[in-house]
Design a protein. Structure first.
Length: 414
């Protein structure tokens, strides 16, 4: 199976590499995000996917395939649009569609996910003070679990213990041995476990159908010239990956299937007490007035693309993505390099990114004179085609802007 996967993915590399020509990208970057909680994860991650130098020389374009099991990294990349192509599970696809990518192909069938609890717990509200087991924080299963909890008004901070693992079945094992009170699983897996362990567990809440398998999204500027040939690959006999399944071209309205998944995302609040939320246009005016614009993302993201004139002060985030996060788990020592007596704007990767929210909170607690929060962050800035710096800025500027009503606002720095 592993050798067939290598051959199939080599065909994908060849297809992507041959998408070069007079107007093709000088480099095709493909990000393959494999959720460790997925049953195919071990198969995928066992293979070496580096494209050969001969293909690079033959096509005149370097194709780089980056493979990761960090769903946090893949979710981040869905917002920074640094890759021409992303192949990943449904929640990453949903985020990418919202941030300058176009759905091209999907694999797998629809799935539903459930919260499974010990038999003594008969409703979600009774989970407060209990123990929950989930796969890694940004995996699809954890993503939908947090969405289901949020729908019921329950926060992770209300659990006595939150345990993260890397396998889909680990939660049910923990449930069976009394090491957890609730976990998340796909519905079929949960029903099988309940049948095999009568009287030990029950399903509390179920998602609506969620696209299963993996999906391929293509950055819109790249898709405009090259999606037809990528589509030919999908329709060919090579359009499959062992461990993932066969891709099929997405229908015109297939993107709507990911709307529900996107709604489960845990986004930052709309407002923040003691902090002024601002738009991209307002940030432009604040920068003109000399206000310090602070990028709270990583060095890599900053080097790739950032608001022109922004300074880097990375927020090292380890706490949960929740309003009542434990700031003691995070490291924002970089804040000491930002003057406290002058107005400051914090931003990161949009509403789903919590770093700028937490940085604003930290600055408020530290007594900063005036704090602005640019909640829309780089996605909003990019969509409005405002000036950027960074080694990827020129390429990302080609992405078609999102058509939204134009508006201009002016904020006076105080």
């Amino acid at each position: 199976m592993r050798s067939s996967f290598v051959r199939s993915f080599a065909s994908l590399v060849l297809a992507l590499s041959t998408l070069t020509g007079a107007e093709a990208a000088s480099e095709v970057r493909v990000l393959l995000g494999v959720d460790p909680a997925d049953s195919a994860g071990d198969v995928l991650l066992s293979a070496s996917l580096a494209p050969s130098q001969s293909l690079t020389r033959a096509t005149g374009a370097r194709t780089t395939i980056t493979q990761t099991s960090s769903m946090a990294e893949v979710m981040r990349a869905s917002r920074t649009v640094e890759n021409e192509i992303i192949i990943a599970p449904a929640h990453v696809t949903a985020s990418a569609i919202l941030h300058a990518y176009q759905l091209l192909a999907t694999s797998g069938q629809e799935q539903t996910y459930v919260l499974v609890a010990t038999n003594s717990i008969d409703s979600v509200d009774k989970l407060v003070g209990k123990r929950i087991y989930m796969p890694q924080q940004d995996s699809l299963r954890s993503y939908v679990a947090k969405g289901l909890l949020t729908e019921s008004g329950v926060k992770l901070a209300q659990f006595s213990k939150v345990t993260y693992g890397n396998t889909s079945g680990g939660g049910l094992v923990a449930l069976g041995f009394g090491m957890a009170d609730v976990t998340v699983a796909d519905e079929a897996q949960a029903k099988e476990w309940i049948a095999a362990h009568p009287g030990q567990g029950r399903i509390l809440k179920t998602t609506r159908p969620v696209p299963g398998g993996m999906s391929m999204v293509v950055r819109k500027d790249f898709c405009a010239t090259d999606c037809a040939r990528l589509g030919d690959w999908v329709n060919s006999s090579e359009g499959s990956i062992a461990g993932v399944g066969r891709f099929r071209l997405a229908s015109a309205d297939a993107g709507k299937q990911f709307t529900y998944v996107a709604s489960l995302g845990i986004t930052t609040p709309d407002t923040l007490k003691g902090v002024t939320r601002v738009s991209a246009e307002e940030v432009v005016e604040l920068a003109r007035q000399g206000v310090t614009i602070v990028d709270t993302r990583s060095q890599k993201e900053y080097d790739s693309e950032h608001v022109r004139g922004a300074v880097l002060a990375s927020y090292i985030e380890k706490s949960l993505k929740e309003v009542d996060f434990d700031s003691g788990k995070d490291d924002f020592s970089a804040l000491k390099n930002v003057p406290k007596d002058k107005p400051v704007v914090f931003f990161c990767n949009g509403p789903e990114c919590w770093k700028s929210y937490k940085a604003s909170r930290a600055a408020a607690a530290a007594g900063y004179a005036k704090i602005y929060w640019f909640r829309g962050g780089m996605p909003e800035w990019r969509e409005k085609h405002l000036p950027v710096d960074g080694n990827a800025g020129a390429a990302l500027a080609k992405i078609p802007p999102v058509q939204k009503p134009a508006g201009k606002a002016v904020v006076a720095a105080r």
